[in-house]
Design a protein around this ligand. Sequence first.
Ligand code: C2E
Ligand code: CA
Ligand code: CA
Length: 561
Amino acid sequence: MKTNLDTIQRTVMVVEDEIINRQILGHILGEKYNVVYAENGVTALGILGQPNARVSLILLDLNMPEMDGYELMRVLRGDDALSKIPIIVMTSEKSAEVESLELGAVDFIPKPYDSPKVILARVDRSIALAERSTIINATERDELTGLYTREYFYEYCSKLDSYNPLIERDAIAADINHFNLIRELRGPEYCDRILKEIGDAIELIAKSYEGIACRDGLDKFCLYIKSGCDYDEMLDKILSGVKDEVGADKIYLRMGVYRNADKSIPPAIRFDRAFEAGIHMISSYRSGYAFYDTDLRRKKMYNRKLIGELDRAIEEKQFTVYYQPKYNITGDKPVLCSAEALVRWIHPEDGFLSPGVFIPLFEEHGLIDRIDRFVWRESAKFIRHIKDKLGVSLPVSVNVSRLDIFDDNLESELLKILGEASLEATDFLLEITESAYTDDTKRIISTASSLRQSGFRIEMDDFGSGFSSLNMLTSLPIDALKLDMKFVRNICTGPKDLRIVELVRDIARFLGFPVIAEGVETEEQYKLLKSIGIDIIQGYYFSKPLPAEEFEKLIEAEKIY
Ligand code: C2E
Ligand code: CA
Ligand code: CA
């Protein structure tokens, strides 16, 4: 079983023209190191220049043909990466030492060779010194657990990568939930025992997966190990140790895992990502783990970008409103009776963005009101324009999102926008999604009632997607039910959805308001819906959402005036 950094096999290069010396050194070093040989400076440079050459130390003879040891040291000194490889000069002349030191040699091995032990010790020490020179000011080990401290850990992660670049590794970050609380309740000694136990378990895991571990701060641990670990098993191991040894069975570990971590980014960021994954775990009263998701991150970054761009997008009129016609199909011929206003974002870089991408995002961040107000204003202007130009009064449905419902100024804003275009409440139909009704029933009922008293008509959108009970439906202040699209989608394929649609129709009839079906795409769907007495239809079968000018042409063509 391999352990951690201490047992990674380093490569030592012997640059020496005499075969016998190469053989002696090979014999001495071969047990512990991977040894490569060069018979002069030129060959040595050839080997060092290969992309996968990872030489930890050079043992250098000074007198060689073609390129001697001095010349090679000069060349190496001029190269950023190669100048970091420690060089031990092998010489029988005392006088060569000063010049060698000036050229960067770190030590000497006298010829003829000393005892193998001394040579090995010098090589070991020089490699260790070189590897640690980058992190002088930190302590290497955490006192309590014996694990690496963070600074060393990160440094060693990079080392692991450079020695074994092809091995896929997971970055894991774990912490104890409510640790501060436990400390306060049970005291620091008890907590130290827990930390120590976790540290021991983690060290063992690191060893069996050819990796390393650290304690990072009070109750955080990091692991950098070969991919392929069973994380349930890992948690079990750690927690059972804590339970058996310390008797603590209410310790919950939260673990974030960044699988096959990207080695081109600094270790610190890899572990940030692992922590971030852990933070998203649902319950803090359970142990568990969560994986870092690169796609999720990309999506999050993209969302952040969109949020940052919202104000400018409104200012620069990147949003436009499309209108999707609704037809009343109760008579012989379908009659255009209104349209739904649907926002579109024509993004200067990303092109046409679907509302499915940005509406939920802006809702979640409480920014949707800005878009909605823009859409209401545009819709009001459009209704005015159609009245003036074609003499047609066509109401437009606008979406009122959940957050708008909680805005005390909702009604006055709507009236103001309509007033500015010399319109009335009846010119708008307000679509409020069913889930808004189930969110906060009291609030929505009072808002909707008040809106209706001012003359607005309200359509309950996406009916069937939420959980309103039949009982609730009878007391809701609404004027129409708009069926969730999923029922229409399956209405021709199985009897279940058709039954539901018929049931909704019956309820609506009983309560005295019409049913609207949206997402109607085919003639078959249309005919079936008509045959069962659905009143209004919206969908691609009649028309996709259209830009204002095209919708205007459609109104003209329909000759509804
Ligand atoms: P919604 O209110 O249920 O709008 C209907 C959606 O169905 C629209 O998608 C429309 O383009 C699409 N659709 C219409 N006919 C068909 C059809 O025959 N087949 C299919 N497959 N789809 C059809 P859109 O425009 O992508 O909007 C998605 C959602 O975004 C809307 O769902 C609505 O919840 C929201 N949304 C759109 N515009 C606004 C807005 O101005 N304000 C607010 N708050 N939400 C909006
Ligand atoms: Ca809608
Ligand atoms: Ca809908």
